[in-house]
Design a protein around this ligand. Structure first.
Ligand code: GLC
Ligand code: CA
Length: 534
């Protein structure tokens, strides 16, 4: 694959466990993804994919607990299966990004087994070990994002080890130079296999306070339980002095190859400072040619035209200015967008996502409007947070892809690992393909337009006021091409004034809008987003 990531329009995010099963175990696998490449490249028209982890793992966090970075878990197939997927994707001119988890391994990783075996094992320092605190308890007050303390006592050597997530996910110690070399070697190895890029998981803890000082109390927190995560400001257990240095070391490996890219998973924290300074620090200071961050505010922002518009402007024209901007509406950790905000708004956001500069990410199933799964307590599989229930578990956004209206929706021949949503009889790729007003048809139109008009990918981004505070509007411009994107955040029609007479290209709404004559003063329907060309 010799084209640059800057030529790529859309990145399709696959959760391998839920995409397509081919060997009748109810679990999606790599050959399954290969078998669906025509859907991705021909039906939907995307030009890159990101695969959530498929490496050897005891699956305590469904692959985000890696036991071997260079092997494929038998749930998903073999390394040969992966190479075949890569070849087949490249043959279709699609890039493949894998998921790299740099800050922790599984407790079943050979390094951790060695590390925990004795205090003087050469791998001891690959992880963070400490004596008990003065009271015999945890060495400091750091909390795990999965709940409770982030320290677990290990009998064998009488010390605690650190884990920012589950105790089955011990944190790697990036201050150890040999560990850093192992990690950069792993990245290099995957690039040598032909992988085009990496989504880099949970980067905030890559560097920690060298003295392991307590996290300060958060004065604004009024939660009830003293160990709740928000009780503290997490500026000691995260964002240490080498935060950007280590990320740079990691992403510098991209420079040894052609056209490789890293996208960091990063949720800036408003307790730490300005959101956009934090995005800027990671995207621009680390290595803007080859590394950038996802913009998470399309997921997190309140439904407010001006707030979102400001955020977009600051991210695009400041934070990610020299880096590749990356936008997404959801992922495997967030409730499905249609369930979060409803179908009309989800359609408007789809249009927005696919008309922003850089790379637009589509989480599998969002293109057909999949909703949060419906699970009984006994069907919950994700044990990442003990606080999760069948209403809040991340399983909700990980249910099997809805390919068609058949009982198992052609995902599998057997009962799948998570239940298929009962709405699959109407919400599925096959049915939606023949319905011009479906979510899938909207996505196909948008993906096609994004390819057809490079101004959408690489044109400048300028916010506009078009006469209503409820309307988020911006101009995209490249050479003599100008397009306008308008999103009506109100559930009332809005009369707007475009800067010049335009033709309408696409609307987010179900009933495809009549192709109007050229005009400068359209009326937007409630919650409608539209794209115009000058
Ligand atoms: C990231 C992943 C999430 C995982 C966590 C720990 O946030 O997206 O799924 O549980 O890191 O690896
Ligand atoms: Ca399978």
């Amino acid at each position: 694959m010799h084209n640059s990531w800057r030529d790529i329009n859309t990145l399709y995010h696959i959760y391998p466990r839920s995409f397509q099963d081919t060997n009748d175990d109810g679990i999606g696998d790599l050959p399954g993804i290969t078998s669906r490449l025509d859907y991705l490249s021909l039906v939907l028209g995307v030009d890159a994919m990101w695969l959530s982890p498929f490496f050897t793992s005891p699956m305590r966090d469904f692959g985000y607990d890696v036991a071997n970075y260079r092997q494929v878990d038998s749930d998903y197939g073999t390394l040969d299966d992966f190479k075949k997927l890569l070849d087949e994707a490249h043959r279709r001119h699609m890039k493949v990004m894998i998921d790299f988890v740099p800050c922790h391994t599984s407790d079943q990783h050979a390094w951790f087994k060695e590390s925990r075996s004795s205090r003087d094992n050469p791998k001891r320092d690959y992880y963070t070990w400490r004596d008990p605190g003065p009271d015999g308890g945890a060495p400091n007050n750091w909390l795990s994002q999965s709940g409770g303390t982030s320290w677990t006592f290990d009998e064998t050597t009488g010390q605690y080890y650190l884990h920012s997530f589950l105790s089955a996910q011990p944190d790697l110690n990036w201050d150890n130079p040999s560990l850093r070399k192992e990690m950069t070697d792993t990245v290099r190895w995957w690039f040598e296999q032909g992988v085009d890029g990496m989504r880099v998981d949970a980067i905030w803890g890559i560097s920690k306070d060298p003295n392991l000082a307590d996290d300060p109390q958060n004065p604004e927190f009024h939660g009830e339980h003293p160990s709740e995560y928000g009780h503290f400001i997490h500026n000691k257990c995260k964002y240490g002095p080498n935060f950007t240095n280590y990320l740079k070391e990691l992403s510098d490996v991209c420079h040894e190859f052609e056209n490789r890219q890293m996208i960091f998973e990063f949720y800036p924290d408003d307790k730490i400072g300005d959101f956009y300074d934090q995005y800027h620090q990671v995207a621009a200071e680390v290595n803007p040619d080859v590394a950038s961050t996802f913009f998470m505010e399309l997921i997190r922002s309140p439904w407010h035209a001006d707030m979102l518009g400001n955020g977009l402007d600051r991210y695009i024209n400041y934070a990610a200015k020299d880096a590749l901007p990356v936008f997404c509406l959801g992922n495997h950790d967030q409730p499905r967008i249609v369930s979060r905000i409803g179908e009309s708004k989800a359609r408007a956001m789809a249009l927005l996502n696919l008309t922003l500069p850089g790379l637009s990410v589509i989480y599998y199933g969002d293109e057909i409007g999949m909703e949060n799964g419906e699970l009984t307590p006994s069907q919950v599989r994700d044990t990442f947070s003990p606080l999760n229930t069948s209403d809040t578990t991340r399983d909700l956004e990980r249910t099997p892809m809805q390919w068609d209206h058949s009982a198992r929706t052609s995902f599998s021949q057997v009962t799948p690992w998570l239940p298929i949503h009962k709405n699959h009889r109407t919400i599925n790729a096959m049915t939606e393909l023949s319905d011009s007003s479906s979510m899938l048809s909207l996505y196909r139109r948008l993906v096609r337009l994004r390819k057809q008009y490079p101004v959408l990918r690489i044109g400048s981004f300028t916010r506009l006021f078009v006469g209503s505070g409820y309307v988020l509007a911006f101009k995209r411009e490249l050479d003599d091409q100008r397009v306008y994107v308008v999103v009506n955040f109100a559930d009332q029609p809005q009369d707007i004034q475009l800067p010049e007479i335009c033709s309408y290209l696409v609307s987010s709404q179900t009933a495809p809008r009549e192709r109007e004559s050229r005009e400068a003063k359209p009326t937007l329907r409630p919650l409608e987003a539209a794209l115009y060309i000058a």
